[in-house]
Ligand binder design. Structure first.
Ligand code: UD1
Ligand code: CA
Length: 451
């Protein structure tokens, strides 16, 4: 049974942010969530997260784990010690991760854990060769290549600073041996902190076996301490996502201008055009044509949907829908099959029945609209009286003339027609024609008389 401890209590001073560091997002997901998900996928059955700075925000944002408080952030060693009680009854292996290394994959973790369990060591540390090791703890090896110690960047001398092999902040340890050694860690270093890596030196001095496992690629072990590193990690994760999608049969016309969050799903033979942002839990079906210039956030989109120059969020779009250019679909909307929505249309909290057409310049809010409705240009639902919102109901096979106002609450029955320019304030019965506009008066020879 693999248990995991994740360190996430640090202030993240170098981020210069009100938000705790581990809640900053890459690929549309908080860094801490990435770390938790990787641990779970690697076989962890229990995750304990040490929180402190901005603890309440972290607890509100992250679910499915246990939290433990580190009230004062006295260092990574002290952070692990805070969780001692949580593991009082545990034996076996503990995986330790940092909340600020979000690119770790479960594949790497699985290999790392397997290597640790095979080696029968007290502790194994994950390391990587970094092109630029600044900021990381450097790994000092004995002449025979085995572990000697880890020296933090701030404590390193000029020679040690040249070492490019770094501590990734990931460990597998025998739980009982780890906690026994932690009590002996001191804070006599440049930062006056209790360093977790010192546990390894202590265990080694006690003739326990300490192993090193070196990762093949260094980008998985990137630690995020600054916003520059955050942007670098975000780029890596977005690029990986695009590669995975392309390998699964999605066309990405211009990977350089396409941003797809890591939890987005897209079906086969869908084409994504430039300047497109697909965010959050968005799912898109097969054979769609999305973009250019589309932003979808938390959208559920069917097959064969076409969209260009549009922003849609927290809504559902069925198969065969055409959107854009310049459509805004707002939360709570459900767009039925083969609906056409185009040219400056806004839809909010409304359901639109199949085959209905909203081709140009409409505002449809808080509305339940049926099938096969033709909505004329400039139609507006007047859903707000300054205090309250009201719903509009439109039946099936309705024809709404151009420039109609539907003053809610109001119902237009099945098969009804509305004359252009009407302001509809009363219900329209099924199959009737409603005209609600001033009658036209023509004054004969008016222009001649004016002279
Ligand atoms: C740490 C390691 C360093 C390693 C690097 C990898 C130590 C002393 N140093 O350095 O060897 O190369 O990670 O990225 O461990 N945290 C707490 N409580 C604390 C302090 C930190 O929970 O009191 C958490 C932070 O929220 C963070 C993680 O521990 O998620 C690492 O802390 P950070 O300050 O970023 O350590 P680094 O300086 O990066
Ligand atoms: Ca760090």
């Amino acid at each position: 049974m693999l248990e995991t401890l994740i360190l996430a209590a640090g202030k993240g001073t170098r981020m210069k942010s009100k938000l705790p560091k581990v809640l900053h997002k890459i690929g549309g997901k908080p860094m801490l969530r990435h770390v938790i998900d990787a641990a779970k996928r690697a076989g962890s059955v229990r995750e304990v997260v040490v929180i402190g700075a901005g603890a309440e925000m972290v607890e509100n944002e992250i679910s499915g784990v246990e939290f433990v408080m580190q009230i004062e952030q006295l260092g990574t060693g002290h952070a692990v010690l805070c969780a001692k009680e949580n593991f009082a009854n545990s034996t076996g292996t503990l995986l330790i991760l940092c909340g600020d290394t979000p690119l770790l994959t479960s594949d790497l973790l699985k290999k790392f854990i397997a290597a640790h369990e095979e080696s029968n060591c007290a502790v194994t540390v994950l390391t990587a060769e970094m092109p630029d090791a600044t900021g990381y703890g450097r790994v000092i090896r004995e002449d025979d290549g085995t572990f000697k110690k880890i020296v933090e960047d701030k404590d390193a001398n000029a020679i040690e600073k040249q070492i490019r092999e770094v501590n990734a902040g990931v460990y597998c340890a025998d739980i009982r041996k780890l906690f026994a050694a932690l009590d002996k860690v001191k804070n006599d270093n440049a930062q006056g902190e209790y360093y977790l890596p010192d546990v390894l030196t202590i265990l080694k001095a006690e003739h326990e076996k300490v192993a090193i496992y070196t990762a093949e690629y260094c980008d998985e072990t990137l630690g995020i301490n600054t916003r520059i590193q955050l942007a670098a990690a975000d780029q890596i994760i977005h690029r990986k996502k695009l590669h995975a999608l392309m390998n699964s049969g999605v066309t990405i016309v211009d990977p350089g201008t396409t941003f797809i969050d890591c939890d987005v799903e897209i079906g086969q033979d869908t084409i994504i055009h430039p300047n497109t942002y697909l965010e959050g839990n968005t799912t898109i079906g097969a054979d769609c044509d999305i973009g250019p210039n589309v932003r979808f956030t938390n959208m559920k989109v069917g097959n064969k949907v076409t969209a260009q120059f549009s922003y849609c969020h927290e809504a559902e779009i069925a198969d065969g829908v055409t959107l854009g250019p310049y459509v805004h679909i707002r939360p709570g909307s459900k767009i039925g099959q083969n609906v056409k929505i185009g040219n400056f249309v806004e839809i909010k909290n409304s359901t639109i029945g199949e085959e209905t057409k909203l081709p140009h310049l409409q505002y449809i809010g808080d509305t339940d609209m049926g099938k096969h409705v033709n909505v004329g240009c400039g139609t507006v639902t007047c859903n707000y009286d300054g205090k309250k919102k009201f719903r509009t109901k439109v039946g099936d096979n309705v024809f709404i003339g151009c420039n109609t106002n539907l003053v809610a609450p109001v119902t237009v029955g099945d098969g009804a027609y509305i004359g252009a320019g009407s302001t509809i304030t009363k219900d329209v019965p099924n199959n009737s024609l409603a005209i609600a506009r001033a009658r036209q008066t023509n004054i004969a020879d008016w222009n001649d008389k004016r002279k």
